[in-house]
Design a protein around this ligand. Structure first.
Ligand code: NDP
Length: 388
């Protein structure tokens, strides 16, 4: 049997869990609300970002300046120039900077608790598995993987490591989307009869070329932007669909879409007959919309999926979707840090990433064959954290 204290970090994990459990019993819920009380003074969990592209640079690093329970402590990059710049900008010590070859040495670095994989989609699997083998907790960006087989392999590696694993589904930590979950799942406007969602942008020559390279992306806008529509429909309806139909939208003559689809329209069908009509595209700018029509009214977000500026309306004009915007990534990162500190389950686990990869594969299969594809066998998991 593996020694429970095989590494310094597992010993620290154990002590944290033990003291948190005992502390919670003695002090009640206020202690649980402040996990930092149980850390060494001034210590936050250390996060290493893997891949310093647009999302790491524009969103995650700034969010990590606002987090309470974790901080930017390291980077993994193939670019020595970026490593030098990030060291200077964020005060990251050189010993916490890695490249893709030295990545596995993270195992010897107790300053890094959490590895956040922000690479092109097809590279997620390799780096999640290697991070697991280095004994780290892991957040992996969406889509979790480019195949169901990879997604399962990643989950198995994380389970073997006994570390926390979540997917970068930031909208589960965003007030408007949490309200959609609550209104839909509690049937506040009656039973939902129809859902609609769209999300997309016009891909241009200034874009990241890997997004239209099938080997690196696994697919086009469905993998990148459509996944938000898929997620939105599931968490609003509170169910996993039973079948899908789909149709690719035509190539736009730009020359970008030789390997991946330019767009796709698809329908999810739920067990009670509810249909969700979804659209995604790399050939059209869409604000991002999520709408539910129910027995006693409707409720919707538009924009629904961006980093900020989200806005909602309801048929009853009751203000239930008039909510503040907040830093989604900071909330997501702090929630994951608390999962680690308090040994809690994440609301966005690897199994949810697997569920979505299964559904994305089903949508592609439906578009390729023109036939309805059953989704009855996909992971039956819904985030119900906001429903009550
Ligand atoms: P970028 O292309 O901007 O960044 C990816 C980075 O990965 C590169 O800058 C590079 O970093 C590294 N990399 C390593 N190998 C390769 C390779 N072969 N080709 C290209 N890049 C490579 O992509 P994004 O930041 O937009 O997306 C990264 C991931 O984050 C994707 O999975 C995407 O779906 C997800 N994402 C999630 C968002 C969300 O809201 N949750 C928003 C945007 C993206 P370096 O030079 O440091 O090695």
């Amino acid at each position: 049997m593996k020694d429970a204290f095989a590494s310094e970090s597992s010993r620290r994990d154990f002590l944290r869990t033990l003291s948190l459990g005992a502390g919670a019993t003695l002090l009640g819920s206020s202690a649980l609300a402040s996990p930092l009380n149980w850390l060494a003074p001034g210590r936050k969990l250390g996060v290493a970002l893997v891949g310093l592209g647009n999302y790491s640079t524009g969103q995650l690093a700034p969010a990590l300046q606002q987090t309470k329970y974790c901080q930017l402590a390291g980077v993994v990059t193939g670019s020595p120039a970026k490593a030098a710049q990030w060291q200077q900008q964020y005060g990251i010590p050189a010993k916490n900077c890695y490249d893709y070859k030295t990545f596995d040495r993270l195992i010897d670095n107790p300053a890094i608790d959490i590895v956040y994989v922000v690479l092109p989609n097809a590279l997620h699997a390799e780096y999640v598995v290697r991070a697991a083998q280095a004994g780290k907790h892991v957040i992996c960006e969406k889509p979790m993987a480019t195949s169901v087989a990879d997604a399962r392999h990643m989950i198995a590696a994380m389970e073997k490591a006994g570390k926390k694993f979540s997917i970068g589904y930031r909208l589960h930590f965003e007030p408007h989307n949490q309200a959609m979950m609550r209104l839909g799942q509690s049937q506040a406007y009656g039973k939902i009869s129809h859902l609609a969602a769209d999300n997309g942008f016009k891909f241009s020559s200034g874009g990241t070329p890997w997004r239209v390279n099938k080997k690196l992306s696994g697919g086009g806008p469905l993998m990148d932007m459509g996944i938000y529509c898929l997620q939105g429909c599931l968490y609003t309806k509170g169910q996993v669909p039973v079948s899908v139909t789909a149709k690719f939208t035509p190539e736009t003559g730009t020359g970008y879409f030789k390997e991946v689809e330019a767009g796709v329209n698809w329908q999810l069908r739920f067990a009670d007959g509810t249909v969700a009509d979804c659209r995604t595209s790399y050939a059209e700018n869409m604000q991002g919309r999520l709408r539910a029509d129910a027995a006693n009214g409707w409720f919707e977000l538009e924009p629904a999926f961006g980093y900020g500026g989200l806005a909602g309306r309801t048929s009853k004009n009751d203000g239930l979707l008039n909510l503040p915007n907040s830093n989604q990534q900071a909330a997501q990162l702090d929630d994951f840090a608390q999962c680690v500190l308090l040994n809690k389950s994440t609301r966005v686990p690897g199994q949810m990433g697997l569920r979505d990869v299964q559904l994305l594969e089903a949508i592609y299969r439906a578009a390729e064959t023109g036939q309805a594809v059953s989704t009855k066998d996909v992971v039956q998991l819904i985030d119900r954290t906001s429903a009550h």
